[in-house]
Design a protein around this ligand. Structure first.
Ligand SMILES: Cc1cc2nc3c(=O)[nH]c(=O)nc-3n(C[C@H](O)[C@H](O)[C@H](O)COP(=O)(O)OP(=O)(O)OC[C@H]3O[C@@H](n4cnc5c(N)ncnc54)[C@H](O)[C@@H]3O)c2cc1C
Length: 363
């Protein structure tokens, strides 16, 4: 029987980043159901950092993550994970509103056209959020897994948690590969499966709901798009950003309720995305180069959950990262690690009240 201090279920950005924070201090194993880490949401994101995204509580985590993402410690990575792009929040009517902590400025129609040539006349106003950046998600995720390994952590793939029982202050865990192990603490970082894993451990679910989001890579009849800012509808009906010289990444900003699954795009959502895109600019759509979908999983109040379960000892929630799990990962992992280990928080997150993230709020 393998004896652990901490068993983390899920090897996406949530499990990997928290694992990297705690591995040097506790004997830690990450188990992953798939044969590849990051196969689900983490490998399917739109890969941007947008501080205004997710509301004021989430914005605190994003802001506290920016330093690490731009300038990670040398032992984590040789260079930063961000590439500055900027964002434009478009509106047809009122000026868009962002959390007051976010740096942004207003531009009108004339200036808008210099950012987005071919913009249709109905788009009159916009806010520019200069801090928006692309995140090199694969490099960030790999850096966390590397750091986890260097600090003594072990990852086991094709090893889904099937069942866990709490016996005499420890978890007795059965994995799909036939392994039985014991752990003092179990961390639920299973993304869309967070409630499923909780139930397999005899813990009441919190209502973490997976919602499908679609992404399309389009080739269009316009050049010079590689550094096009993220163009975000302030009414939440689309966003797109430059990908290559003649290609963009586009989403219809969909949130389709689903069960946890290997998400795939549906034709209707791709068509909706293109229809909305054509209402923004006059660029001819030439080809759908690729499309994909992933699950964004939310707690009922859309704030992520970091903390011990109210009823079952030794069960720690690290779930509900919604559409911001990559950009918040550095600060979220530090905050969650302090709660998990019962230690004072790292100074980069010491100003953040953990209360709004507690699972107790949902009971
Ligand atoms: C289309 C799209 C665009 C997005 N864009 C952005 C963006 O621009 N910026 C941003 O910050 N965020 C974005 N997100 C959100 C971000 O991708 C997620 O918040 C983040 O990846 C969640 O990470 P996770 O580790 O919680 O989940 P996941 O990456 O899904 O990891 C959970 C893992 O748990 C494993 N698992 C489940 N059950 C078990 C079990 N029983 N035993 C073992 N393992 C199990 C799964 O196989 C999975 O690998 C986007 C998401 C989508 C879908």
């Amino acid at each position: 029987m393998i004896n652990l201090d901490i068993l983390i279920v899920g090897s996406g950005i949530a499990g990997a980043s928290l694992g990297a924070e705690v591995a040097g201090k506790r004997r830690t194993l990450i188990v992953e159901a798939e044969d590849q880490c990051g196969y689900h949401s983490t490998g399917r994101s739109a890969a941007f950092f947008l501080e205004s995204y997710g509301g004021p509580v989430v914005a605190q985590l994003s802001a506290a993550s920016a330093g690490f993402l731009a300038h990670p410690p040398p032992e984590v990575a040789e260079r930063g994970f961000l590439h500055r792009r900027g964002a434009i929040h478009l509106s047809q009517g009122q000026w868009p509103e962002l959390p007051s902590s976010v740096t942004a400025y207003r531009i009108d129609r004339d200036e808008l056209e210099t950012f987005i040539p071919g913009l249709r006349p109905k788009w009159m106003k916009a806010l520019v959020e200069p801090g928006c950046a692309d995140i090199d998600v694969a490099a960030l995720h790999a850096a966390y897994l590397r750091q986890f390994g260097k600090r003594g952590g072990v990852v086991r793939t094709r090893a889904a948690l099937l069942k866990a029982q709490r016996r005499e202050d420890r978890w007795l865990v059965s994995l799909a590969d036939g392994t039985e192990l014991s752990a003092a603490t179990l961390v639920d970082a299973a993304g869309a499966w967070a409630d499923v894993v909780a139930q397999a451990c005899g813990v009441r679910p919190l209502g973490i709901a997976p919602k499908r989001r679609t992404m399309v890579q389009l080739r269009v009849g316009r050049t010079g798009l590689k550094d096009l800012p993220l163009v975000n509808d302030s009414d939440g009906r689309f966003y797109f950003k430059g990908e290559g010289n003649r290609s963009i990444w586009l989403s219809p900003h969909d949130e389709i309720e689903t069960v946890p699954c290997d998400a795939a795009p549906e034709e209707i959502d791709i068509a909706t995305a293109i229809d909305r895109f054509e209402s923004v600019v006059d660029w001819p759509v030439e080809k759908i180069e690729r499309s994909w979908a992933g699950l964004r999983s939310f707690a009922p109040d859309r704030v992520p959950v970091y903390g011990y379960d109210a009823d079952v000892p030794g069960f720690f929630w690290c779930a509900g990262q919604g559409g911001f799990g990559i950009q918040t990962a550095p600060a979220a992992a530090k905050l969650a690690a302090s709660l998990l280990l019962g230690e004072p928080p790292d100074e980069s997150v010491a100003h953040i009240d953990p209360g709004p993230f507690s699972p107790l709020r949902l009971r």
